[in-house]
Design a binder for this molecule. Structure first.
Ligand SMILES: [Fe+2]
Ligand SMILES: [Fe+2]
Length: 407
């Protein structure tokens, strides 16, 4: 159960679930932790934090409350409070980060220095909020108003980069730099005419020429301000494509760095799922399906890891599960974070199964998707047929066996 406690009343053994106050003012790297030292208490009391949300179930020693009342009702109420606390925290992170990026863009526009130090705080709060409730934060990132689009797009790409880097298992420092890269990737747009940037219709060839300069303009701005090289790289190369048809240099394949290939994916995904003056917002599934179909644009292996990081896959895609089964992706239902799968094949037994449904929730890792296999490798020469039957809700295992793979 969660309870809000003023900072002056905190004691050793209390488990802090959330910090209530401006996130830049809070003195800790993480906002969920057990209070184990008087130094931590003193730090909190010295900060601008007014109160903390305590998780009573995780408190220890004398800070742990005596058991009382209806436990089930208390748990339901606690879940509601937890979701509300997560929602408030995610909203605060998105609002503060957007306002902060606006000040960074405004300062760069008027010739001021680009300080990366305070932006570490933005990346830190994003990382923390992703840990708290990933789907809630990613959902909020898709809500952008027209006048704050540029700043919020930067925050959204920074957030997607952090989430992506964590899925790839990169070290904490690299995760941080990827986040910075996302935040800065479009800084060059401050030198693009507003009429071109916000034009509600298609751009003329001359306007495109101007727009295509923003990676190099941004790179030059960042170079002058001692920004880490990964952020420079994402800024300069996030519009390159693996087949060499991107800009500004037409780099091919691995000549484009990992950070820039990641940046390209996060940038396009956020653009597609955002509403703009000239287009509606695509759903996450539609955006991912479109991106997977653009051959030569993205690093396909990386795109698959990105899908895993946001738990969104194109409908009909075959996937191999850790449990030793093949499944096919259905829709994500009402909650975009819950991919719905139909499990249909046992790999060890080499046979079709009566299909059953599986929701791949964010937190359940027991059925992790490992990769996207070629059904032919599993003897499913009739994959198009099997897929069609599964999509229509039929059972392809009745009277039809997949031919065992020849050894
Ligand atoms: Fe861009
Ligand atoms: Fe962008």
């Amino acid at each position: 159960m969660l309870k809000r406690v003023p900072v002056r009343e905190i004691t050793l053994g209390m488990y802090v679930h959330a910090i209530d106050g401006p996130w830049l003012a809070q003195p800790f790297w993480r906002s969920r932790f057990l209070l184990t030292s008087l130094d931590e208490i003193a730090m909190l009391r010295r900060s601008k934090v007014g109160a903390v949300v305590i998780d009573l179930d995780r408190c220890v020693g004398s800070a742990r409350p005596a058991h009382s009342g209806n436990a089930r009702r208390a748990r339901v109420q606690s879940d509601i409070v937890r979701r509300e606390a997560d929602s408030i925290a995610a909203k605060r992170v998105t609002d503060d980060a957007r306002d902060f990026m606006k000040s960074v863009f405004d300062s760069a526009e008027s010739g001021g220095r680009l300080e990366t130090g305070p932006l570490d705080g933005v990346v830190r709060s994003i990382t923390d909020a992703l840990e708290r409730n990933r789907s809630m934060l990613l959902g909020m990132m898709r809500l952008k108003s027209r006048d704050t689009y540029t700043y919020f797009h930067s925050v959204a790409v920074g957030t997607l980069m952090v989430n992506f880097a964590r899925e790839l298992g990169l070290a904490a420092d690299e995760v941080r730099l990827m986040g910075l890269g996302g935040l800065f990737h479009d800084i060059g747009k401050i030198r693009i005419a507003k009429e071109v940037l916000n034009k509600p219709g298609p751009l003329t060839p001359e306007e495109w020429d101007e727009m295509r300069q923003h990676p190099e303009i941004g790179h030059a701005l960042l170079l002058a301000d001692d920004v880490p090289s990964i952020a420079l790289d994402v800024c300069l190369h996030h519009h390159e494509k693996v087949d060499g048809s991107g800009y500004p240099f037409g780099l091919v394949g691995d000549d484009i760095s990992l950070a820039a290939r990641m940046g390209a994916i996060c940038d396009v995904y956020d653009s597609l799922t955002s509403e703009r003056a000239y287009k509606g917002a695509a759903s996450p599934v539609a955006a991912i399906a479109a991106m997977a179909s653009w051959s030569g644009h993205f690093d396909q292996a990386l795109l698959f890891v990105f899908m895993k990081s946001i738990c969104v896959f194109p409908i009909g895609m075959p996937v191999r599960l850790r449990s030793g089964h093949l499944a096919m992706v259905r829709d994500n239902g009402r909650r975009t974070s819950r991919a719905r799968l139909t499990v249909f094949y046992d790999i060890a037994d080499q046979r079709l199964l009566p299909p059953y449904e599986l929701f791949l929730s964010d937190i359940d890792t027991s059925e992790t998707i490992l990769d996207t296999p070629d059904p032919l490798d599993y003897g499913l020469a009739n994959w198009a047929d099997v897929k069609q039957q599964l999509l229509e809700g039929h059972d392809p295992s009745i009277g039809k066996e997949a031919r065992p793979k020849s050894k």
